[in-house]
Design a binder for this molecule. Structure first.
Ligand code: GDP
Ligand code: IMO
Ligand code: MG
Length: 424
């Protein structure tokens, strides 16, 4: 294994944290390339649960270098809390956390605007995490952002903050009819964050190039999922970054020529948090059954996740967009008790069949899923460690997914802990 991108292939929360934790053992450097603390990546071992929002999940492995790339948006307050959490748990990150000087900072007005915009949209809201992610990326593209390097230079920071805050205060006052923010207060708080960030900041593209030249193995940790990608997802019900494999390149400054493998992480069913179309969403008591068994509550916001059948239409699309060479199928155990399990193989809308994910939101919202039904295995799998030992119907289900997606499954996960993993 050399340079690997691991991406969420559905709507996020596929179990990326667990997979990164497993793959980190064979990697030297783990890099987050997009998103911010809207992510919640869970890692469980030795009866401990860690939820990482902004720091790569590889940080739990001693000696591994973790990089927050230029494509990530950083809320220094959230970073501070996460560093404290690591210290409390005696995770030593000294000399092995690097932060890109080009990453953009989430500012207090980003969080407020996220909240006010959602409020203004009413029923049309996105259901964001309200962490300020969208407004921060919007400012980046509008060239109104403040980067980590800008914060480190006091003169530049003062200038940028004055310029941007003038615009933001107009917006807060005139459009949202809310309180304006004090320049002095933000300046003071963020100069404290300057001292917090400074020891970790560097040009991480140069660091990653050096790592490559020293034959280090780099693991790229995607956040969110392909269907939440701002370009490829269920727009406008998406996040504001490129969660798919392409984001790993622009979000780190690493050339595509240096990537060896792309692994897609999928649940054995589908979930989604927030608003937006979800064709295979359960409409029966299965919603509660799967939510309970799968503990489907957001790792960042605690919101109940919407649950549904495995959707091979989005699966096929994820394989295509990311160039997935292999799949990690997570949470197979959650389906253990079901007598029958369905796979959506196409959508039908106005007499047309869609096998690939349609861009027209109306088709996604109103299309009817075409299902294949397979018999369940109705026996526990959580103790199984070998593929050959899986129940016959579980293997049939997995084989069917492989066939439809034309992609091999390399990992099957049957529980949240490190050991509950089958390498195929
Ligand atoms: P991420 O955002 O992709 O890292 O995923 P989350 O951490 O938000 O959500 C995945 C949840 O599923 C976490 O609570 C994991 O501990 C849990 N999990 C991961 N793999 C499995 C599995 O195979 N079986 C079960 N039952 N839970 C799992
Ligand atoms: P991980 O990395 C699942 C969803 C939000 C909302 C939409 C936009 O843990 O898989 P945002 O705050 O990003 O502007 O919200 O995206 N969302 C996620 N859903 N997992 C995530 O991250 C998510 N990050 C954002 O619920 O629908
Ligand atoms: Mg998550």
């Amino acid at each position: 294994m050399s340079n690997v991108i691991l991406v969420g292939a559905q709507w996020g929360d596929e179990g990326k944290g667990k997979m990164i934790d497993l793959l980190a053992r064979k990697s030297d450097v783990i890099v987050r390339y997009q998103g911010g603390n809207n992510a919640g990546h869970t890692v469980k071992f030795s009866n401990k649960t860690f939820i990482l929002h902004i720091i790569p999940s590889g940080i739990l492995h001693p000696g591994k270098v973790c990089v927050i790339g230029n494509g990530v948006v950083i809320d220094p307050k959230a970073l501070q809390e996460e560093l404290e959490m690591l210290r409390r748990n005696q995770i030593n990150f000294h000399n092995r956390l690097l932060i890109s000087e080009q990453a953009h900072l989430i500012m207090p007005y980003h969080r407020l605007i996220d909240e006010y915009l959602e409020r203004a949209k009413g029923k049309g809201k996105i259901g964001t995490t309200k962490k300020g992610i969208g407004p921060c990326y919007a400012d980046k593209v509008a060239r109104l952002g403040i980067r980590v390097i800008d914060l480190l230079n006091d003169r530049v920071f003062r200038q940028r903050l004055r310029l941007v805050l003038t615009e933001k205060n107009l917006l807060l006052k005139k459009i949202f009819r809310e309180q304006i923010l004090s320049y002095e207060k933000i300046y003071k708080t963020y100069t404290q964050y300057r001292s917090l960030l400074k020891p970790y900041v560097r040009n991480t593209s140069i660091y990653l190039d050096e790592a490559y030249r020293r034959h280090k193995k780099v693991l790229f940790e995607g956040a969110q999922g392909t269907l939440l990608d701002v370009d490829h997802g269920t727009y406008p019900y998406v996040t504001s970054s490129n969660a798919s494999a392409g984001g790993a390149l622009t979000g780190t400054g690493v050339s595509p020529a240096r990537i060896d493998r792309v692994i897609g992480v999928m649940k054995a069913y589908t979930t989604r948090v927030g608003e937006g179309p979800f064709p295979t969403e359960f409409t029966t008591s299965l919603m509660e059954i799967i939510r309970k068994k799968g503990e489907e509550y957001g790792a960042t916001t605690g919101r109940p996740r919407r649950c549904g059948w495995f959707d091979a239409v989005i699966g096929r699309y994820s394989v295509l967009v990311n160039g997935l060479g292999e799949l990690a199928i997570m949470k197979l155990d959650v389906l253990d008790e079901l007598p029958e399990i369905k796979i959506c193989v196409a959508y039908r809308y106005k007499g047309k069949t869609y096998e690939y994910f349609p861009s027209d939101i109306e088709v996604i919202e109103h299309g009817t899923p075409v299902y294949e039904a397979l018999p369940g295995w109705q026996t526990p799998t959580t103790h199984i460690r070998k593929y050959s030992a899986l129940p016959k119907n579980a293997k049939k289900y997995l084989k069917r997914i492989e066939t439809i997606l034309k992609t091999p499954i390399s990992v099957v996960s049957v529980g949240s802990s490190r050991v509950q993993t089958i390498f195929v």
